[in-house]
Design a protein. Structure first.
Length: 82
């Protein structure tokens, strides 16, 4: 994208990503804490692993947003967003 992003917008985007991380962590926790049947304590690992993968991908996006915020605060100007 060729548009500029303000630090306020980047902070909003960062908060959204952090909420995504929190939500997926809660989903994984609930999945692991909920018994799937009366006879077993084994869990299907696909759902928690999917949540963990989303968390890891979101962490990468948070790092990119943090880099953009650093650039914006150093220059005092909006930065290019991707």
């Amino acid at each position: 994208m060729d548009k500029k992003t303000s630090p306020e917008k980047l902070l909003h985007d960062l908060r959204n990503q952090l909420n995504n991380i929190s939500m997926n962590a809660e989903l994984a926790k609930l999945e692991l804490a909920t018994p799937h049947s009366q006879n077993t304590t084994n869990h299907d690992s696909a759902a928690p692993l999917a949540c963990i993968n989303v968390i890891l991908e979101t962490c990468v996006r948070c790092a990119a947003i943090a880099d953009d915020l650093t650039a914006a605060s150093a220059s005092g100007n909006p930065v290019d967003s991707e």
